[in-house]
Design a binder for this molecule. Structure first.
Ligand code: PLP
Length: 511
């Protein structure tokens, strides 16, 4: 059994003592003083602080121990198995960290002149070309900061494409399957489209009859994940692309999880016009806690002129940032995106090469299917939709039979798994599976790790019958037990910082 440290750790603002220091900076040399002059005068008067900031004052050892203790109450991909379906949390090879922590890269500033940042522009330019090649797209923009941000860019591109063709007033609808990730309809709505949902068929794929009925002259496009969120490959993708294109719509590919397709199949070859990729899933950098990430967007030839500025261009000698794009939608993010994450992706791609990326795809599919076939034998779980059909990188089980038999729900299983030292799978998604447990072992899991996970899940299902309370009351061995999810996310009670927490507490106390 797993046992997590449970420190009664204070926030850093409550630690230390006034005047205590970690490091003392040396006195500035006379020569420097003279060269710089009155440094304070360089800051405009109205921007100068009137008093010193109220920062914690601690010794180095206090700081280190504080953060180590916090880390001991955390669980991450470096701690153990993390089978979070759709949100792919795979091991990030440390060579990527090593390369991106090079001072040569870390000390660069986005305001530097292009001529002094040729190296980084070259790396980003080449990453764009790699991603374009891997997705079968014409051009790629690296700017979006996450998958959902990429989707937002994609739907804005759709809007501007139809604006340019004079069809914007008519093409008001974006179609999404009922298995879609929630960000798809949200992005479509944010870009001003109406969302039309089509149901899945018995195999978990888009119901072609329903799609044909949903398509009309109002259709701007279809947003699709392939393999879909059940892990099933949409075998009718050629037909789907034909239906959408015949109606004059565009095909959007949610490539959040591209690992099973790498060097095997490309969205561009399937007929997709726009693709976003979550590099923080497919190309290392696990995105714990909601960030950091990057959601590059690739587009076909006809949409390239609408991409955000600046574009990185190469004239054979120099890399430049090109702002002269009259059809561009403008800017989607400051500077050139989340460069540190993009560099990790570039390092990951270069260190694996085509051979390694092909293996990524093969092992991600092999692991998911191995796990799926073993889990099928666990009493209380079922594999909804076509069980004969192999899955790609993930599989979705339903704990409905176990719930009917014992009252123990998917959420309880997920919480009890924490006591076994593994992170919980994704729960209750996709929405079309009742009591869903969405599991992705990823290509970085060892066979023994997968076996251990299956054994843990089997034991939890057995506990549900023999001692259900131990499961419904879980977790027992973690630093914190079940959190009040409503309070944690409700604007009235949610606190994103210590200061916010203090303010809200004071407000509550004063009625
Ligand atoms: C299928 C799918 N699409 C889109 C997203 C959104 O990506 P992000 O979390 O980077 O915004 C996710 C993330 O979980 C996803 O799994």
């Amino acid at each position: 059994m797993f046992r997590q440290a449970s420190w009664n750790e204070q926030v850093i603002f409550n630690l230390g003592r006034k005047g205590r220091r970690g490091h003392l900076l040396s006195e500035v040399e006379e020569e420097v003083k003279q060269a710089v002059g009155d440094a304070e005068a360089l800051i405009p008067k109205n921007m100068r602080r009137k008093s010193a900031p109220d920062l914690p004052e601690l010794s180095e050892v206090e700081v280190i121990r504080h953060f180590i203790r916090l880390s001991e109450m955390n669980y991450g991909v470096d701690s153990g198995f993390y089978p979070l379906g759709s949100c792919t949390m795979k091991y990030n090879p440390k060579i990527n960290e090593f390369l991106t922590h090079s001072p040569k890269l870390e000390m660069l500033h986005p305001y530097q002149d292009e001529t002094t940042v040729q190296g980084i522009l070259e790396a980003l330019y080449k990453l764009e070309r790699w991603l374009a090649e891997l997705t079968g797209m014409h051009e790629v923009c690296l700017q979006p900061a996450a998958g959902a941000h990429g989707e937002f860019l994609g739907t804005i591109l759709m809007r501007d494409y139809f604006k340019a063709s004079g069809e914007q007033a008519r093409r008001t609808e974006i179609i999404v399957p009922d298995s879609a990730h929630g960000t798809n309809p949200a992005s479509a709505a944010m870009a001003g489209f109406n969302v039309v949902v089509v149901p899945s068929d018995d195999s978990g794929c888009v119901n072609l009859g329903a799609l044909k009925a949903a398509v009309s002259e109002r259709t701007a496009g279809l947003m699709l994940t392939n393999p879909n969120t059940l892990g099933v490959f949409e075998n009718n993708i050629d037909e789907i692309a034909r239906i959408i294109h015949d109606a004059g719509g565009l095909l959007y590919y949610d490539g959040a999880n591209l690992n099973p397709l790498l060097c095997k199949a490309r969205p561009g070859d399937m007929g997709f016009d726009i693709v976003h990729i979550n590099v923080h899933k497919t190309f290392s950098t696990p995105h714990g806690g909601g960030g950091p990430g990057a959601g590059p967007v690739g587009v076909s030839d006809k949409l390239a002129k609408f991409l955000p500025v600046p574009r990185i261009v190469f004239d054979g000698k120099m890399y430049r940032l090109d702002y002269e794009r009259p059809h561009s939608i403008g800017k989607i993010r400051g500077f050139y995106g989340n460069v540190a994450v993009l560099l990790r992706a570039y390092a990951y791609i270069l260190s694996l090469g085509v051979e390694g990326l092909t293996e990524v795809a093969e092992v991600s599919v092999l692991n998911a299917n191995y796990l799926m076939r073993k889990l099928e034998k666990v009493k209380g779980l079922t594999l909804p939709y076509d069980g004969d059909q192999p899955r790609k990188h993930e599989c979705v089980f339903s704990a409905k039979p176990l719930k009917s038999e014992t009252g123990v729900a998917a959420v309880d299983i997920a919480k009890r798994l924490l006591d076994y030292g593994v992170h919980a799978p994704t729960m209750y998604f996709p929405l079309i599976v009742e009591e869903a447990l969405m599991i992705e072992p990823t290509e970085t899991a060892e066979k023994e790790e997968i076996d251990r996970f299956v054994d843990s899940l089997r034991m939890v299902c057995e506990e549900a019958r023999s001692n259900p309370k131990i499961v419904t009351g879980a977790p027992h061995n973690t630093a914190v037990t079940r959190l009040d999810e409503v309070k944690a996310s409700h604007p009235k009670t949610m606190a994103l910082s210590w200061k916010m927490h203090q303010k809200k507490r004071q407000e509550r106390e004063s009625g």
